[in-house]
Design a binder for this molecule. Structure first.
Ligand code: APR
Ligand code: ZN
Length: 236
């Protein structure tokens, strides 16, 4: 089991203090996703969308990676030493995987700390607030800059690389996701077709729990480091 694909969702960042989406009191209990996470919503009320992402971008300054993030960075490093490969695909737009030391992170839903110009498509590192007055540093357009995240109805990123890694994987691991949103929710079925073992590490069974060949339930900060250490010990 030297080629591992890990998919993470908001549950891996929950213990760092970042709200998940569908748990009680989660993000979608406070906001209507159609208003803040669709291109139609952005066109209708860009101020509301900028406020939504400015709050979340600013919130990143107050949070830190948790032991689950650090465990995946350790898995990536130690797999490389023994000639293995970890492909880490995240649905999350936070930077906690990178801040915990993961080198190769595929953000299939984009990143909070990046912005993109709707006119010239240039992308930028983004730490400050965005607004309808923000001017594109590349083409000069005003009001065309948006968060560089993938909204509902838009095409997720890195799908070719992700599906190729799944086809070659010995093991597919899903961490902290409800299995409610495709195409990420379909990765486990692709991994099963490819003959990979599939394990779910989550607080509770996800919507596609029945497709996994193994599962462990609990807080990611506890069960992910345990699982990583056991997996690495098995390679020794
Ligand atoms: N440890 C492990 N799992 C947890 C923890 C925790 N501390 N806290 C919550 N979870 C689990 C929940 O049980 C749930 O299954 O994390 C999952 C979070 O599910 P969602 O809130 O649906 O988040 P996610 O699966 O990441 O959503 C996918 O939907 O709205 C879009 O773009 C958004 O990327 C997001 C996508
Ligand atoms: Zn531009």
């Amino acid at each position: 089991m030297r080629r591992i694909v890990v998919l993470t969702g908001s549950g891996i960042s929950a213990e760092s203090g970042i709200a998940t989406f569908r748990d009680t009191g989660g993000v979608w209990a406070k906001y209507d996703f159609r208003e803040v996470a669709t291109s139609e919503g952005f066109a209708a009320n860009p101020d509301l969308v900028h406020e939504f992402y400015n709050l979340r971008r600013h919130g990143l300054r107050a949070v830190e990676p948790n032991p689950a993030h650090f465990a995946l960075a350790k898995l990536e490093r130690e797999l490389k030493v023994i000639g293995g490969l970890l492909t880490l695909v995240t649905q999350n737009v936070d930077d906690l995987h990178e801040r915990s030391g993961s080198q190769n992170v595929l953000h299939m839903h984009g990143e909070l700390l990046k912005s993109r110009c709707g006119d010239c498509e240039e992308t930028f590192d983004q730490t400050d607030n965005l607004s309808v007055e923000t001017k594109c540093m590349s083409c000069g357009a005003i009001g065309a800059i948006r968060p560089d995240v993938v909204w509902f109805g838009e095409i997720p990123r890195h799908m070719g690389e992700t599906l190729t890694a799944i086809e070659k994987a010995d093991l597919f691991v899903s961490i902290g996701t409800s299995g409610a949103v495709y195409p990420a929710a379909g990765f486990v079925a692709a991994a099963r077709r490819a003959g990979a073992a599939c394990i779910e590490l989550n607080l509770e069974p996800s919507e596609n729990a029945c497709l996994f060949t193994d599962s462990r339930y609990g807080m990611a900060g506890e069960i992910v480091p345990q699982w990583v250490d056991e997996t690495l010990a098995g390679f020794a």
